[in-house]
Write a protein that binds this ligand. Sequence first.
Ligand code: NAD
Length: 342
Amino acid sequence: MKVLVTGGAGYIGSHTALCLLNKGYEVVVYDNLCNSSLESIKRVEKLTSRSIDFVEGDVCDKAALEQVFTQHDISGVIHFAALKAVGESSEIPLDYYQNNVFGSLCLLDVMTKHQVNQFIFSSSATVYGEENKPPYVETLKIGNPSNPYGATKVMIERVVNDLAIANADFKGVMLRYFNPVGAHESGEIGEDPKGIPNNLLPYVAQVAVGKREQLTVFGDDYSTPDGTCLRDYLHVMDLAEGHVAALDWLNNNPGFTGVEAFNLGTGTGTSVFEIVSAFEKASGVSIPYTIAPRRAGDLPEFWADASKANQVLGWRTKRDISDMMIDTWRWQSANPNGFSKA
Ligand SMILES: NC(=O)c1ccc[n+]([C@@H]2O[C@H](COP(=O)([O-])OP(=O)(O)OC[C@H]3O[C@@H](n4cnc5c(N)ncnc54)[C@H](O)[C@@H]3O)[C@@H](O)[C@H]2O)c1
C-alpha cells in the first residue's frame, strides 16, 4: 500500500516514514522543506534500506498535488505539513491560516477528486483549549484555543468532520498529539528546529551543546507540585508507531467510515524541573537556568487520557522519560547543528 506523507521530511513525519517503511508500506513524501531538509529523508532511507519517493511541493499548490495523485497509486494520506510555532502564529496569523487551513482544503479537495478516502491528521492537544481540565478525553467538547495555531487545528478537524458527513466513504483519523520529544534510537534523525527552539527539550539540548547560554523557565509559581508547568511528554517513536497503528486499524476495518479522534500521550504529566533533571542525568551535562515570569497562554498542566487509543488501536507508549532524554542527547550531541553540516 502506498501512503502519501505530507510534511514527511519534518520531525514527526520523518520518524513516521521510517516506521511505515519498516512495516512494509510504500511512502511518498510531499514537503516544501520550509522547516526541514532533504537530509532527513536520506537518513531514513539509509536506516531502513528502503527508498522514498520524494516530491518537493507545497500543499497549497493543487496542480502539483494533482500530479502526485496521478503519478502514484495513493491509498491513504498522513497529513503532517503545517506551520507549528504557537508564538509565531499570533504574529503572522494569516500565514498560519493560509498554510494550515487552506493547505488542508487543497489536499482534501485533490484527495476527493481522486477518491482517496483514508486520511490521518496531525491534530494536537491544543484543540482542548483552556476550558477543559485534564486528563483530556476525546469525548470533551473541543475548545477555543488561545492562539491561531490551535485554531487552525480546530478548524481542520471541523472541515474533516463535515467532509465525512458529505462523503459516505470517507475514513478520517484525528490524532491529537501531546508533547512529542526524543529522537530515533540511532541518533541519525531527530528534531532540528530552525532558529530559537520553541519547545522545552530542543532548547535544553541546545544549551547542553553550548549553542544557547541558559534555559529560561517561564514561571515557577504555578499550583503544581514544584511550581513549574506539567506536560504529557511522549517519545517521537511511540508517536510514529501510533500513526502506523491508526493506518493498520483503518486497513483492518474496511467497514469503518466517518471520523475518530485519538489522544496520543502517556497519560502522565512531567514538570519542567523534572525534565531538566532527567536530561542532566542522561547527558551528564548541567543545564543552567533562570526563572522568568509566566508566559501568556501557558496552561499550568495537562495530560492525556490515552485509553481510547489503547483499546481501539492497540497502541500505548513503550518508552519512558529516561529513554526520551537519552535519545534526545544521542541525536543532539552527534548532530549539534542538526542536519546541516556547518
Ligand atoms: N511537534 C509538536 O510538538 C507537535 C504537537 C502537536 C501537533 N503537531 C503537528 O504535527 C505536525 C508535524 O509537526 P513537526 O513537529 O514534525 O513539525 P515540522 O515543522 O518538523 O514538520 C512539518 C513539515 O511540514 C512541512 N511543511 C510545512 N508547510 C508546508 C506546506 N505548505 N507544504 C508542504 N510542506 C509543508 C515542513 O517543511 C516540515 O517538513 C504538524 O502538523 C504539527 O502542527 C506537532
